[in-house]
Design a protein. Structure first.
Length: 117
């Protein structure tokens, strides 16, 4: 199973970005999908998580600004998106996508987001 994240870059405060995470090589349905981030010198932080049952939780710092979505959990190559609006300098970090399927945990390689004027 491989997760390929993309879409990061430099954006001004107040701007938007959409991150993508293409999942390949998976045979089982995705039970959980999420995004995490790690800022320089800080620990990895939870951003958003969504379960197969339809429950979605957002970190307090991104509520109302970020939205997770997916093409399909059962597709051969599902894509997980993270729409980020009203970006702030404190959103600067490397963003990682994560999935869990059949009790296994998989991570993408990370995509860097820099929010700066």
């Amino acid at each position: 199973v491989q997760l390929q994240a993309s879409g990061g870059g430099l954006v001004q405060p107040g701007g938007s970005l959409r991150l993508s995470c293409i999942v390949s090589g998976i045979r089982d349905s995705i039970d959980y999908m999420g995004w995490y981030r790690q800022a320089p010198g800080k620990r990895r932080e939870f951003v958003v998580g969504s379960t197969r049952g339809g429950s979605t939780m957002y970190g307090d710092s991104v509520k109302g600004r970020f939205t997770i979505s997916t093409t399909s959990r059962d597709n051969a190559r599902p894509t997980i998106y993270l729409q980020m609006n009203s970006l702030k300098p404190e959103d600067t970090a490397v963003y990682y996508c994560n999935i869990r399927a059949s009790e296994s945990n998989y991570w993408g390689q990370g995509t860097k987001v820099t929010v700066s004027s």
